[in-house]
Design a protein around this ligand. Structure first.
Ligand SMILES: Nc1nc2c(ncn2[C@@H]2O[C@H](COP(=O)(O)OP(=O)(O)OP(=O)(O)O)[C@@H](O)[C@H]2O)c(=O)[nH]1
Ligand SMILES: [Mg+2]
Length: 318
């Protein structure tokens, strides 16, 4: 729901910018990811093309520059997945900005509906045939390496390709949390004609993320483990995101009376709506009283989860 009955909501006085409160981003990026990158480099010889998967809601930010620095000598296709969750009304602006970043081959995909997945194999075939095949010219098959930050759908793209071209089931585990794929796997066949293989890889975040805001966008999209950033912080950033775009479907979903820009108030309403409250005794000067305390964390988890399922509307975070 955009605008709608809350068109006259008091937008004045709402936060124009999100105050990150001087948070330390470096803590959000675990050092073990350097190991994954090293493994990927050693497998590069077996690869003709890089298939970089990223979240379509953040097409311009949060991609890992280290990945392309280390692996970027190969032809490259950027797959912007989860297009079903992204507001793509201004696609031409996005493609224009990506062009400026020297990204020329872009596909928007949806692994649930297999949208545009069929275009990957022909595009990769074209890219590889137009490039030098490095040490691999004698090979008749094509090999791709799937790269990207955690939880963007790398393994899902592989499974969708297999489903479409080979009518085969899942070869790579998929999960709603970052860090499902742990190691660089063996080659997985994804197509018969042309013969094409794929290497799945673990998600790798950049250790030098440009800003807290980009970190928060990655967190909102599920690329960083929630507890590292804090569910309350992610929920607050989500609230700010929805309000600043006048996307007020959360009001209806949680049976609130009006939109609100204060995360504590919103989480309290959500907790009450979900029945996530508990009785706590409060000691006062005149005796004990029992009050209902909302479970803010459970409310934040539900709020974030609803957003990630697309229940609060599509967004473009860049
Ligand atoms: N809405 C939506 N969800 C998707 C899509 N593709 C994948 N997902 C979901 O995104 C989550 C992550 O998918 P994975 O394929 O495990 O992602 P990954 O990039 O391999 O993740 P890691 O291995 O942890 O780095 C899962 O819950 C998928 O079901 C899509 O096109 N749309
Ligand atoms: Mg994976």
């Amino acid at each position: 729901m955009r605008l709608g009955p809350f068109l006259r909501a008091p937008l004045k006085g709402w936060r124009e910018r999100f105050d990150s409160g001087g948070r330390e981003v470096a803590r959000w990026f675990p050092g073990h990811m350097a190991k994954g990158l090293k493994e990927m480099k050693t497998r590069l010889r077996q690869v003709d093309c890089l298939l970089e998967v990223h979240d379509a809601r953040i097409p311009l930010s949060g991609r890992n520059p280290l990945l392309l620095e280390a692996l970027g000598v190969r032809p490259h296709l950027l797959v912007l997945n989860k297009m079903d969750l992204a507001d793509l009304t201004d696609q031409s602006r996005i493609l224009e900005c990506l062009k400026k970043q020297d990204v020329r081959h872009v596909l928007f995909t949806d692994c649930f509906k297999d949208e545009n997945i069929k275009k990957i194999v022909p595009l990769v075939t074209e890219l590889v045939s137009n490039s030098q095949r490095y040490q691999r010219a004698e090979n008749i098959d094509t090999s791709m390496m799937v790269i990207g930050v955690p939880n963007v759908g790398k393994s899902s793209v592989i499974n969708a390709l297999r489903r479409l071209h080979l009518r085969k089931g899942k070869a790579s585990s998929v999960g709603a949390e970052p860090g499902i794929t742990r190691a660089v796997l063996t080659r997985i066949q994804v197509c018969d004609r042309p013969l094409m293989f794929l290497l799945d890889t673990p998600g790798v975040l950049s250790p030098r993320i440009e800003s807290v805001e980009i970190g928060l966008k990655l967190a909102l999209c599920g690329a960083i483990r929630d507890h590292l950033v804090g569910e309350d912080v992610i929920a607050d950033y989500l609230l700010h995101t929805l309000n600043s775009r006048q996307q007020f479907s959360y009001v209806e979903r949680y049976k609130m009376t009006s939109p609100c820009d204060n995360v504590e108030t919103v989480l309290k309403s959500i907790a009450v709506f979900l029945g996530k409250t508990r009785r706590v005794k409060v000691f006062t000067g005149t005796g004990d009283v029992t009050v209902m305390a909302p479970n803010y964390n459970a409310a934040a988890v539900d709020f974030i989860g609803a957003f990630r399922k697309g229940l609060l509307g599509k967004v473009m975070l860049d």
